[in-house]
Design a protein around this ligand. Structure first.
Ligand SMILES: NC(=O)c1ccc[n+]([C@@H]2O[C@H](COP(=O)([O-])OP(=O)(O)OC[C@H]3O[C@@H](n4cnc5c(N)ncnc54)[C@H](OP(=O)(O)O)[C@@H]3O)[C@@H](O)[C@H]2O)c1
Length: 260
């Protein structure tokens, strides 16, 4: 298949993700995805959470890697340094998310809905392809001069900050169960000082920064999708904390410090 034919497929898939993002935003505002604390106990088809996370997150790294390096090889393109850095940042996050993070989860009895695994696998495979294709073929990313562009530099600072907030918040949540307990406690430390979903805040900042670095429609659409998926869930987590813990810190917001 030629690059131009693949480009047409990518455009269609980008519109699909955009529409899906809008539907996800409205849908999850009305009804929170039933995994984690929001599972209702009547879900019939579920998998253990550990293999579920391993299965549905891994296409983000292999679909990106196969698209990026496979097309570079077939079409004799040599990716520039900015493209390789974008690839490396994407891979480091998704190798962590799909391999290290599930193995660090403490509650091994936890289940995850099969429908979420199927949806996540499909979405992540599409998203890995559209972003791998965009990073390989965007003309500004073929030029090493992009490395010193203010959008790339500012995006890198934002993305690394977001990655750190997310990684630190994951660690704080995981440590809440290091004593072998399986229930919920109030998290403290890091950005939990300001928001109930510091992990989601970090994830959103990470992908907004990465989108600025890449400056492609695919990167922007993924950042928007991340917001549409995680913002309503963060609001729902926050309401849940306020109901469950009467002593919950009153000045803590849901996802945006001091604002929301
Ligand atoms: N890019 C995206 O669109 C996207 C989408 C989804 C997730 N993610 C990322 O994946 C990671 C996990 O997401 P998630 O939705 O599972 O996050 P979450 O609901 O905050 O849960 C994260 C983990 O911490 C545990 N946990 C949460 N709050 C706790 C508390 N108060 N006390 C004790 N344990 C607690 C959860 O256990 P339970 O499972 O028992 O609740 C789960 O194992 C996050 O870093 C998120 O940013 C990204």
């Amino acid at each position: 298949m030629t690059l131009s034919e693949l480009g047409s497929i990518q455009q269609v898939l980008l519109i699909f993700i955009l529409v899906l993002g809008a539907l996800t935003f409205v849908g999850t505002l009305i009804k929170t995805n039933t995994y984690g604390r929001h599972m209702q106990g009547n879900e019939k088809l579920t998998l253990p959470a550990l293999p579920a996370w391993l299965i549905f997150e891994c296409p983000q790294w292999w679909a990106f890697a196969v698209t990026f390096w496979g097309l570079a090889l077939v079409h004799d393109l040599s990716p520039s340094l900015p493209a390789i850095l974008l690839f490396a940042l994407w891979q480091s996050h998704y190798l962590y998310r799909s391999l290290v993070y599930p193995l660090r989860m403490q509650d091994r009895a936890k289940r995850f809905p099969l429908a979420g695994v199927v949806f996540g696998f499909g979405f992540n495979a599409i998203n890995g392809f559209v972003n791998g294709f965009a990073v390989l073929t965007a003309s500004h990313l073929m030029d090493s001069a992009w490395l010193s562009d203010p959008r790339f530099v500012a995006g890198l600072v934002i993305a690394v900050s977001g990655w750190w907030i997310n990684f630190q918040a994951d660690g704080i949540l995981i440590n809440l169960r290091s004593d072998g307990s399986t229930g919920y406690k109030i998290p403290f430390g890091g950005m939990f000082r300001y928001v109930s979903s510091a992990n989601y805040l970090g994830e959103i900042v990470l992908w907004c920064g990465w989108a600025l670095m890449a400056f492609t429609p695919a990167g922007l659409i993924f950042a928007l999708f991340t917001i549409s998926n995680l913002l309503p869930r963060a609001l729902s987590h926050h309401r849940w904390y306020l109901q469950k813990f009467p002593d919950y810190p009153a000045d803590r917001k849901a996802i945006i410090p001091k604002l929301l």
